[in-house]
Structures are given as C-alpha cells and as structure tokens.
Design a protein around this ligand. Sequence first.
Ligand SMILES: Cc1cc2nc3c(=O)[nH]c(=O)nc-3n(C[C@H](O)[C@H](O)[C@H](O)COP(=O)(O)O)c2cc1C
Length: 152
Amino acid sequence: MYYDFYSGGAEDQQTLRENVEAFRRIMFRPRILIDVSRVDLSTSILGYNISAPIIVAPTALHQLAHPQGEVATAKAAATCNTIMVLSFTSSCTIEEVATSCNAVRFYQLYIYKRRDIAATLVQRAEKNGFKAIVLTADTPRLGRREADIKNK
Ligand SMILES: Cc1cc2nc3c(=O)[nH]c(=O)nc-3n(C[C@H](O)[C@H](O)[C@H](O)COP(=O)(O)O)c2cc1C
C-alpha cells in the first residue's frame, strides 16, 4: 500500500502518464564551441541562493519510505544546497525538521475550512525559521486513487 501511495495516480492515471511524457518531450539544446570549463547552474528563489533550479517539492509521509522521514530529506536538501518544502502532511513535525538541519525551508499549506488550524501552522513554521508558505491550490478535493481504495 505504501508503494501504491507513492507510485499511483487518480482514476485511469492519464495525468500521471502525461507528467512522465511531458518530461520526456523536453530536450536539451546542445551549445557548441562555448567555454564549459566552469559550469554553474546556481540560481535564486525569493532571494535564497540554490545550487541548481531544483528544489524538494512537498510530498506527504516520508516515513512510509524511511524511518527518518522528512528529517533525512531536509538534511539531503541542505547537503545539495537547495530548498526543502515541508508538506502539510509530513510525518515529522515542523520542529523536528527545523532543528535537524540548516536547509532553507518553506512550508506547504492546504487551506481548510478551519482557518485557525492554518493560522497555527503558519505561526509554528514562522517561529521555526521557515521562510515562505507554499500554498497548494489544486486540491479542493482528492483524486479518486483506485489503488488506495483497494488497499483500504
Ligand atoms: C507521493 C506524493 C505525495 C505528494 N504529497 C503532496 C503534499 O503533501 N502536498 C502537496 O502540496 N503536494 C504533494 N504532492 C504533489 C507534488 O508536490 C507535486 O507532484 C510536485 O509539485 C511536482 O509537480 P508535478 O507533479 O506537477 O510535476 C505529492 C506528490 C506525490 C507524488
């Protein structure tokens, strides 16, 4: 059931397939006869410098995959000099992740009807040195993930 959670998509998984296909369609443009003695992919997001234009997207429940969960992911982000976005549905607490490493951390938020829950979480994230809120707006309801239904 853990594997299905990570690998599965909703309904007939057409969007999941299209996500993979979309990346396959992206080609690197070769640039010929230019100086490659120093290659630098670094960039910045909201003023924070990172080693490449890649950050850790918010994903739920890392402890399903590893006992150290998001703490280990945040340490890896710090080692790679990039940003860790901690999921609202993280298996480690905001405080555990904050004290585990010095990665630049953003906090992902779903907005529930109970706005006081969101407010409390934002305050906890702020208090623990998270630098930005990543608002997830595309999940007004969860997709119908048939593998999860089967595994219940
Ligand atoms: C296993 C899994 C768990 C996820 N959990 C969350 C989550 O907790 N919060 C969230 O905002 N997005 C979550 N996402 C969405 C990812 O952040 C999203 O896939 C990522 O932003 C990459 O976007 P793309 O799939 O459109 O390329 C999850 C995705 C996967 C595959």
